[in-house]
Design a protein around this ligand. Structure first.
Ligand code: 5AD
Ligand code: SF4
Length: 439
């Protein structure tokens, strides 16, 4: 039986799709990249904001048409939207046959086979677990042959008032370090060069006395020739211990993704974030003291409930102080089931949310350019990830800070580390030239 899968949302979902592929292939299913040839079409979905959700439902409406020509075809909704809307809502959508939440993918082969046995039957499992469910599954890399994701923890206990994650992905569960280390070694043997550790709050990882900084060190020592990145960090979980480990090991990237969300302490408190703006600034100071040449990125949101022009100006003020290397920026959208949806008024007009968003987008662009220019003149260790899409005479890769660098192609291979002198910067990319021999 052939399956087709599309993935929406964050890196965690991409990783989950790799797990899904692994589970289905092991059970004898065949993967197809041609939608029309599939017996079952799976959409691994994201519920975090309104915009991606609309996109996914529009996609479902298009896919539904396939059922008119082939009545045997089955359609499944997986991931966060499955748990977000629960059975009641999705059960009513007649063209959806399969509804599976992020903790139930082990059941997929059985559920799909059941669908085939009985016409007009729906299969549903949206239960959330207290333990990591996929420790024995090695995901099938579907992205690049250079860089692989590893999920080390799932879910979130923070309950920020705007966020659906604690409901769609459940409580925090950290994975056994032995299974993580095993996966790292397998990836290394397969030729991967980089590991990206994933978690909604990677730095709250905790498994039988092993904290995140310890796990990071274990990984750095176990696969010393691999680059290690991690995301996303919750600001108040960044500890001195963690920073010292990052500083100590040259194979751990000097990049922190730390969502600020808003530059107004009043708004942060309404969001139930566990830090004030002043505390956030102290965290940034501590990071820069221990690792001066690092990069810091963030998530920011405009138009959260009751946000005034003054709050927005505060966000701009803090952005100007920190000058993040880059940020993901969103306008707030109220999500059913969250505290903010139930108790706070989504009272900032959409037009204002968009105007404020555009302002921070423009500002971030200038900060990203400023941060990129800081690299000019330096010699950096660049891992080649591929051939530049804009010009096939150039390679593209990343430095240890996660900046993208292009440089004229040489005899070096994709996947090798190269010493590159940074010559120039555009708004998004560094331009360099390879020097000396391969490292
Ligand atoms: N509206 C807008 N942005 C949101 N995010 C999470 N929930 C919402 C929401 N309801 C953003 C936050 C988070 C990132 C992953 O998505 O900035 O850090
Ligand atoms: Fe959502 Fe907050 Fe948890 Fe991040 S820390 S996943 S924003 S609840």
């Amino acid at each position: 039986m052939k399956f087709y899968i599309e993935t929406y949302g964050c890196q965690m979902n991409i990783y989950d799709s790799e797990i899904i592929c692994s589970i289905l292939l092991k059970s004898g299913f065949i993967k197809t990249s041609n939608l029309k040839k599939a017996d079952i079409i799976l959409l691994n979905t994201c519920a975090i904001r309104e915009k991606p959700e609309k996109k996914i439902f529009n996609r479902f409406l298009k896919i539904r048409c396939l059922k008119q020509t082939n009545k045997q075809i089955k359609i499944g909704i997986l991931g966060c939207l499955a748990t977000h809307y629960k059975k009641q809502t999705l059960e009513k959508i007649n063209f959806i046959d399969l509804i599976v939440g992020p903790d139930s993918y082990n059941q997929l082969p059985k559920m799909i086979n059941n669908l085939k046995k009985e016409q007009n039957k729906k299969e549903i499992d949206v239960s959330l677990a207290n333990q990591e469910k996929y420790t024995k599954i090695i995901p099938i890399g579907v992205r690049t042959s250079i860089s692989a994701f590893i999920s080390i923890m799932r879910g979130c206990d923070n309950m920020c008032t705007f966020c659906i994650v604690p409901f769609s992905r459940g409580r925090e569960k950290s994975r056994n370090p032995n299974s993580i280390l095993k996966e790292c070694k397998i990836l290394y043997k397969k030729g991967y060069k980089e590991i990206i550790l994933l978690g909604q709050n990677v730095d709250s990882y905790f498994f039988k006395q092993i904290k995140f900084f310890k796990l990071l060190e274990l990984i750095a020592i176990t696969v010393p020739l691999m680059r290690i990145r991690f995301l996303t960090s919750y600001p108040s979980n960044i500890s001195k211990n963690l920073l010292e480990i990052v500083n100590k090991h040259s194979n751990i990237c000097k990049h922190f993704h730390i969502p600020l969300q808003s530059g107004s302490t009043r708004i942060l408190s309404l969001m139930r974030r566990k830090y004030t703006v002043e505390e956030f600034l102290l965290i940034i100071k501590m990071i820069k003291q221990i690792i001066p040449d690092c990069s810091i990125s963030s998530d920011l949101m405009t138009g959260f409930c009751t946000e005034t022009q003054e709050d927005h100006r505060e966000t701009i003020r803090i952005m100007n102080i920190i000058k993040f290397n880059f940020s993901y920026m969103f306008k707030y959208s109220s999500r059913q089931g969250t505290y903010a949806y139930r108790k706070l008024k989504d009272d900032v007009p959409n037009i204002l949310k968009i105007r404020r968003l555009n302002e921070i987008l423009m500002l971030q662009k200038s900060h990203s350019f400023y941060r990129l220019k800081e690299n000019i003149g330096k010699i950096q260790n660049v891992l080649i990830e591929g051939i530049s899409k804009k010009d096939d005479k150039y390679y593209y890769g990343r430095n240890y800070k996660n900046d993208i660098i292009v440089f004229p192609k040489t005899k070096s291979k994709i996947g090798s580390y190269n010493r590159v002198q940074i010559l120039n910067a555009t708004f998004t990319t560094l331009i360099g030239e390879r020097i000396l021999s391969e490292i």
